[in-house]
Design a protein around this ligand. Structure first.
Ligand SMILES: [Zn+2]
Ligand SMILES: [Zn+2]
Length: 163
């Protein structure tokens, strides 16, 4: 299979022990959709590592790409990471996803944040029914959150109006 951008032969490679294909020239990667979900659900990389990978990645190209397997034009699928958005290329027929450098890290980080968002909503609901003593206890727990400034800020922003 050839790279949909450079037409260079894609090389077999591994990402977190799952088989993928990588372009030796642009470093984009081709991943089966089901494998992508496995990678996304893992927590092998820290948020700091993911942020680093995102920073190393390039511009999000808006170029229309053809699926390396069936040659049909791939669909642009929109994703969000915080306030910014990015697009990945998907062939729904072959269940293949093309990711520009840094986009896999964006997907992983976006997923972690969305999970956090869900936890935050639950927490808000619980807070509404808490006694002052219970709220105090929660504040103490928040003070003990891991020192990742990224997560801590997001977490506190979410609780902002309540604490
Ligand atoms: Zn390429
Ligand atoms: Zn295809």
């Amino acid at each position: 299979m050839l790279c949909p951008k450079c037409a260079v032969r894609l090389e077999r490679s591994k990402y977190e022990d799952l088989g993928i294909r990588v372009c030796p020239q642009c470093h984009g990667m081709l991943v089966r959709k089901n494998r992508l979900e496995v990678i996304r659900n893992r927590r092998d990389k820290s948020p700091e590592q993911l942020v680093h990978e995102i920073a190393e990645g390039g511009e999000d190209s808006m170029q229309r790409l053809r699926c390396p397997e069936c040659r049909v034009t791939m669909r642009k699928e929109r994703h969000h990471l915080g306030p910014s958005e990015f697009w990945i290329d998907v062939c729904t027929k072959c269940e293949l996803v093309w990711l520009d450098p840094g986009e896999l890290a964006k997907l992983q980080l976006a997923f972690e944040l969305s999970e956090q968002g869900a936890e935050r909503a639950q927490l808000r609901q619980r807070l509404a029914n808490m006694t002052p003593e219970e709220q105090q206890e929660l504040q103490e727990r928040i003070a003990q959150l891991p020192e990742s400034p990224l997560f801590r800020n997001w977490f506190l922003e979410g609780l902002g109006p309540l604490i």
